[in-house]
Design a protein around this ligand. Sequence first.
Ligand code: NAD
Length: 251
Amino acid sequence: MTHFTGKVAVVTGAASGIGRALAVELARRGARLAICDVDLSGLAETEELVRTLGAEVRADRLDVSERESVLAYADAVAEHFGVVHLVVNNAGIAFTGSVEQMSFKDIERVMDVDFWGVVNGTKAFLPHLVASGDGHVVNVSSVFGLFSVPSQSAYNAAKFAVRGFTEALRQEMINDRRPVKVTCVHPGGIRTNIVRNGAEVDGVDHDDLASSFDRLARTSPAKAADVILAGVEKDKARVLIGADARVLDAF
Ligand code: NAD
């Protein structure tokens, strides 16, 4: 028996990186899983991995920035499993560029996925988590939700917002004696695709950025998943993983 045996866990952005590692680790620990992503081929690979581990799983295409879809998804997952215990709002995109380089649309897209995606997932699942009597919301911010760096203003803004939203929610749940725990996760330097996919602005040397990040990103997604789940078990307010001041040198 583990903390997660028989629990129903939702992981957004489960097609790769930290989300996939979390799905795999939750499956190993006996959770039942709802996984979603916009990347259907990556999602199918994650689905196969967790099925091989014997987990019950449903996999759905979901864009976390589409509010109505997220609301419908939360109801569908709750109906499918009868209960929801854990939601990890993990899906995210990066975007690298100065304020002068980025368009309003670029900034909006980062906020839509990285901030509003977390709000949509939290609000949509909260009634189901309360109904379970034993819920937990895990929102993934970043080390860039703790400090700002040049060329990451939109990402910084979204991740600071996630942190503020999540910390306030935690206090509300405690003060109002609601049966939902809340954890904010701040990764930094985990070996995933996010930086490669993120540098889309002309004038940013994509290969340079990715290669310096590769050198600095020393923590594996599996290790990150382990640390996050240990934080969930211990009901930590904040989990820092792989946070390394050297990451700053990459920007
Ligand atoms: P990743 O790119 O491997 O995974 C992100 C996943 O989110 C992908 O599968 C992607 O398809 C999915 N996604 C993107 N937009 C989506 C949308 N609109 N709806 C649904 N899914 C969507 O990167 P990762 O590092 O595993 O990122 C996971 C989380 O960790 C993100 O929130 C990211 O900001 C955060 N994070 C990662 C690091 C790091 O060092 N890797 C550092 C700080 C924060």
